[in-house]
Design a protein around this ligand. Structure first.
Ligand code: ZN
Ligand code: ZN
Length: 440
């Protein structure tokens, strides 16, 4: 146990956990009606990545009223709110603000009717289908508790409203815009995400170590020599070459990686050709590539380039005719929850919410750019993102009785039990922050 962790453990002993927990929980009940009103408003007015103008202005005004020093337009539409409250560590709490290009089908009275134009240029419906509206509301709930009880903690609180989690560049944009130089750099970073989990709403899941994966997008342009479909001898068919590439890519995970190292290579798009009897001169593949460690990521990306090149050479292509492999810049690094820190906070959550509401969850191959906050200085920042189940009780019962699957996040039908997620999120964030910044 490090010196600091020891200090934390001692601090935990001096704060009577249970009594303290009841205080926050009971107080939150009084805040919930107003918070649910805010939630319904945010839910009805989602905005796409880097377009969170209404959302950020509305929440910045709230933070200002609570006494935070608020700076807007950090990383395009991000908001940083700082509350300096004496000596002690710096804790960063983060909520993401963006919705998704999904047409809402929940039938809720406050369902979104908003539309917007994403990068593709085609107008779409917009929905908070990932639950970022619950994150923002829980975040405001925590800000209220922490600003009201400055006597219960000592340190610096940095609350970050981040744009563009879904598009993947929001955290990076805020860091590039001086999040750790213009504002106090955190010792700890915390966030929560709602989950469509087979557990009652309000249940907390934690994952020590790698929780979410490195996410890379890769484009492969396979070149060929086009011609008449009846005369293949005078062509180099890029569809056959690209098909061979797709098949051999399957061996990267199954034959080249250790079975104990998680990795995914998915070809999500294969575009080529226009007509039955024409051999195309080009095929395009789009891949998503998932891994945990930097080494594993490099092995996969190098392997993809090697296989694309190798299959083209096998087909008789060379030089400028070899495939062009592009790793896109929108890389999201794997989310690593500092293990000791995560277990320490999980123990505090168990005290606060009870053993049956807190469990260790499985890591997944999804991605989250919360990873960036620790990765910016991994030696000095400890970070943890935790899950809060939002699965409504009737959905959970249908799952148990009829085996009906749960709608996943990003589904047009995802209607979480927002009240449970928000109350749990607000109390968990505020409680954790108070624990990390003890008042004496
Ligand atoms: Zn999402
Ligand atoms: Zn999300």
């Amino acid at each position: 146990m490090s010196k600091f962790m020891l200090k934390l453990a001692l601090a935990a002993m001096t704060i009577p956990g249970a009594a303290h927990a009841q205080d926050l929980g009971a107080e939150l009940q009084g805040d919930m009606p107003a918070l649910m009103e805010l939630y319904r408003d945010l839910h009805a007015h989602p905005e796409l990545s880097f377009q969170e103008v209404r959302t950020s202005a509305k929440l910045a005004a709230r933070m200002r009223k609570l006494g935070f020093e608020v700076t807007e337009k950090v990383g395009k539409t991000g908001v940083v709110s700082v509350l300096r409250n004496g000596e002690g560590p710096t804790v960063l709490l983060r909520a993401d603000m963006d919705g998704l290009p999904v047409v809402e089908q929940t039938g809720l009275p406050y369902a979104s009717k908003e539309t917007a134009v994403p990068e593709s240029g085609v107008t779409t419906g917009v929905m908070h289908a990932c639950g970022h509206d619950t994150h923002m509301t829980g975040f405001i709930g925590a800000a209220q508790l922490l600003s009201r009880h400055k006597d219960k903690w000592s340190g610096t609180l940095v609350m970050v409203l981040q744009p563009a989690e879904e598009a993947g560049g929001g955290a990076r944009a805020m860091l590039a815009d001086g999040l750790y130089t213009r504002f106090p750099k955190p010792d700890y970073a915390l966030a929560f995400h709602d989950a469509a989990a087979p557990a009652p709403a309000g249940t907390i899941g934690y994952v020590p170590g790698f929780a979410l994966a490195n996410v890379d997008s890769v484009d492969i342009k396979v070149k060929g020599v086009g011609g008449h479909g009846a005369y293949p001898q005078s062509t180099k068919d890029p569809i056959v070459i690209a098909s061979a590439i797709v098949m051999r890519l399957q061996t990267l995970v199954s034959r080249e990686k250790s079975p104990f190292e998680p990795a995914v290579v998915t070809v999500g798009s294969f575009l080529a050709g226009a007509k039955h009897n024409i051999i195309s001169d080009e095929a395009k593949l789009q891949l998503t590539v998932r891994s945990y460690t930097d080494e594993s990521r490099k092995q996969l990306l190098d392997g993809i380039a090697r296989i694309a090149r190798g299959e083209a050479i096998a087909a008789g292509l060379e030089g400028e005719m070899l495939p062009v492999v592009t790793v896109k810049e929108d890389f999201t690094p794997a989310t690593y929850n500092s293990p000791e820190f995560t277990l320490e906070l999980a123990a505090r959550f168990k005290e606060r919410f009870g053993e049956d509401r807190v469990f260790e969850a499985e890591p997944v191959m999804g991605g989250e750019d919360f990873s960036e906050y620790r990765r910016a200085d991994p030696d000095s920042i400890k970070a943890m993102i935790f899950w809060i189940s939002g699965t409504p009780q009737p959905m959970l019962e249908a799952l148990k009785k009829e085996g009906k699957p749960l709608p996943s996040l990003h589904s047009p039908f995802w209607a979480p039990d927002a009240e449970k997620v928000i109350a749990t999120g607000a109390e968990a964030l505020a409680g954790a922050a108070m624990h990390l910044m003890p008042s004496s």
